[in-house]
Design a protein. Structure first.
Length: 94
């Protein structure tokens, strides 16, 4: 099921990702999660080391920030991957 065109990413139809300092409300709140599911809960609030892989989660929807190299969008900087919210699923339990 696709989201409304006003709230979905233009290429994927997934939840749009945004953050705005001008409009500070709960819809713009994100948290950093560990990529390791076995320590994700315990590592909340810990310092993140430079270069360490992380997951960026949208707090109100619990959906992670995602990108797909097959969905390119053009802007002033050239072709870039579309960034949207989507939980890519694997066989791992997390």
């Amino acid at each position: 099921m696709k989201h409304s065109p006003t709230i979905c990413a233009p290429l994927s139809g997934n939840q749009i990702a945004f953050m705005s300092a001008a409009r500070a409300d709960a819809n713009g709140v994100w948290v950093i999660d560990s990529v390791e599911p076995n320590t994700r809960f315990e590592s909340q609030g810990e310092i993140v080391k430079v270069g360490e892989p992380v997951l960026i989660r949208h707090v109100p929807t619990c959906v992670y920030l995602a990108s797909c190299d097959k969905l390119k969008t053009k802007n002033d900087f050239g072709a870039e991957n579309e960034v949207h919210c989507f939980n890519h699923q694997t066989n791992n339990k997390s």
